[in-house]
Design a binder for this molecule. Structure first.
Ligand SMILES: [Zn+2]
Length: 543
């Protein structure tokens, strides 16, 4: 089984660029030979990389996987933690060893993932004979689809240029990984130019507009706004600067295809009766989408190149294993919104909301309502809200509330009302609403917030912005991003190709959470522990 995830890929890219895909391209073959659900949406918020990758192979929402964001504020420790950090990491000492990484890098693990994945279930059924391997440029993209009982996850180190892994999986990585890294495969892309794939630059103008519109000039990001993009990181030789910009080019995906081929070959994937799982998550599409936005020539170009890269991987699998013996899944972890300044130029509600404005509105209202020393200099409510705003969650300091005898529900209401006065804020949900069933299924935004809410890991008031608006973190904003409950972020491709699938387009509502239970039905195994997705029965040819 091959699970392909493209980090940041909107469903509409298949329609906007599909006619330009190559005859032997991977996306073209998947669209023609697979069962394609055209209305697949994530039903959770925030639509970020880690929650999306966790959902795909667990069939569960962040409320069940526990992966509520990429990074979140951990109330118990008062620290920001990463989804793939280990819960037993200490500030001065990581729990696991990182193989092949830089000195200041830490080894990741899947131990914050609560639910089992399809790969975990396959390994239970086959008594561990099946192999499950995850590959990506990002640690989370490799680790989360594979699961807790995976044989290995490998990701790219921007410090060393190696494909690295963690002692969570083994005492030592297999010898083939060391051989692969010793050949320095990333270095061959140093100084290479990323040019447009198609000769006809007019085709790019027609579909994606000018190469360097003004909204590409936002923030401080590597590289220029225009083709050709030369990939050096400003350095004279391969090293840290170069490795950290490689993901802003399609060469990063080529590197992953090469590593996936090495894994298939050296691990003998798909060569015996027990189903193996290889998940490959392409990260460069996300870096490039953030940098240039979904309507850019760069995103158009990497989409066309991704078609070719997936084609190369499918050809390799066909030669080694046979595609007729393989289930191929294609999906994404989230979409992306247009750059707000671009949206605003098109008369949409594009804009950026300052996090400081939100926190000031909340604090002022809390002081006015609960301050004991009104008008005086000392603010007795100053520590009621923990800084800063993470993932649009406001956290209360429960110790301070207990100390002053403040009722949490009262505070929630005051804060929710206050933040709704900030221009650009659309909705505010309180912990009490989310925990007491006050959200109805017909309220789609509310339902997506609820599906992204884990009582122990989330905050006390959760905000949702108006469409096309971004929460802004500081002076150097990211040009484009995702995370909202709106269609541009939730609508992603969902294609499954292989035995048991009836090729064709299906318009029924679907979601990436349906992938794991559908595959479990095809394989006749138990669905993952917290799976809530639907079996996509209309696309199956069960006998
Ligand atoms: Zn992203």
């Amino acid at each position: 089984m091959l699970v392909i995830v493209v980090d940041q890929f909107r469903a509409d890219y298949l329609e906007r660029f599909g006619d330009l895909f190559a005859a032997n391209g991977g996306l073209r073959r998947l669209m023609q030979g697979g069962a394609q659900w055209t209305n697949a949406n994530f039903d959770h918020m925030p639509t970020y990389t880690a929650p999306g990758h966790a959902t795909i192979m667990t069939g569960a929402w962040p409320s069940e996987t526990g992966i509520i964001a990429n990074d979140w504020y951990e109330r118990e420790t008062g620290r920001l933690v990463s989804n793939a950090s280990d819960p037993e990491d200490k500030p001065d000492k990581a729990r696991w060893q990182l193989f092949g990484g830089g000195e200041r890098e830490r080894a990741s693990s899947p131990r914050r993932l609560i639910a089992s994945t399809l790969g975990d279930e396959i390994r239970l059924v086959t008594n561990g004979r099946s192999k499950v391997i995850g590959i990506s440029s990002k640690d989370r993209g490799a680790i989360l689809p594979a699961g807790r009982h995976a044989n290995a996850a490998y990701w790219f180190s921007p410090f060393t240029g190696n494909m690295v892994s963690s002692s969570y999986y083994f005492n030592e990585p297999p010898a083939w990984v060391a051989r692969y890294n010793a050949a320095r495969p990333a270095d061959k892309y140093f100084g290479m130019e990323w040019t447009r794939l198609l000769k006809d630059t007019g085709e790019y103008e027609r579909r994606a507009g000018a190469d360097a519109p003004p909204w590409e000039n936002i923030g401080t990001v590597p590289d220029t706004n225009t083709f050709p993009h030369k990939v050096t990181g400003g350095a004279a030789a391969p090293g840290r600067e170069f490795y950290s910009v490689l993901d802003y080019s399609p060469f990063s995906n080529d590197l992953l295809v090469g590593f996936a081929q090495a894994a298939i070959e050296n691990e003998n994937l798909g060569t015996d009766a027990d189903t193996d799982v290889l998940s490959v998550s392409f990260s460069a599409n996300d870096y490039i989408g953030h940098r240039f936005g979904p309507y850019s020539q760069e995103v158009m170009d990497i989409t066309l190149r991704t078609d070719g890269q997936i084609g190369t991987l499918l050809d390799f699998i066909n030669a080694k294993i046979g595609l007729q013996n393989t289930l191929v899944v294609f999906t994404a972890d989230h979409g992306v919104a247009p750059i707000p300044e671009h949206a605003a130029a098109m008369n949409l509600t594009g804009g950026r909301i300052g996090n400081t404005d939100i926190m000031n509105a909340a604090r002022n209202a809390v002081r006015a309502r609960f301050g004991r020393t009104k008008g005086e200099e000392k603010d007795s409510t100053a520590d009621y809200i923990s800084e800063p705003l993470y993932n649009a969650n406001i956290f209360f300091n429960t110790v301070a509330l207990k100390r002053d005898g403040i009722n949490r529900e009262d505070l929630e209401r005051v804060v929710a009302e206050a933040v709704l006065t900030v221009p650009g804020i659309n909705r505010a949900f309180t912990r009490t609403q989310l925990e007491t069933g006050a959200i109805t299924a017909g309220d789609v935004i509310g339902r997506r917030v609820l599906h992204g809410f884990h009582p122990r890991r989330n905050g006390d008031v959760i905000l949702v912005q108006e469409p096309f608006k971004y929460f802004s973190e500081g002076a150097s904003p990211i040009p484009a991003t995702h995370g909202s409950p709106y269609t541009y972020d939730t609508h992603v491709p969902l294609i499954i190709m292989g035995q048991g699938l009836a090729a064709g387009r299906y318009a029924q509502p679907a979601s990436p959470a349906d992938i794991a239970p559908t595959l479990a039905t095809l394989l006749r195994i138990q669905a993952p522990s917290n799976s809530v997705g639907r079996v996509l029965a209309e696309g199956l040819t069960l006998k």
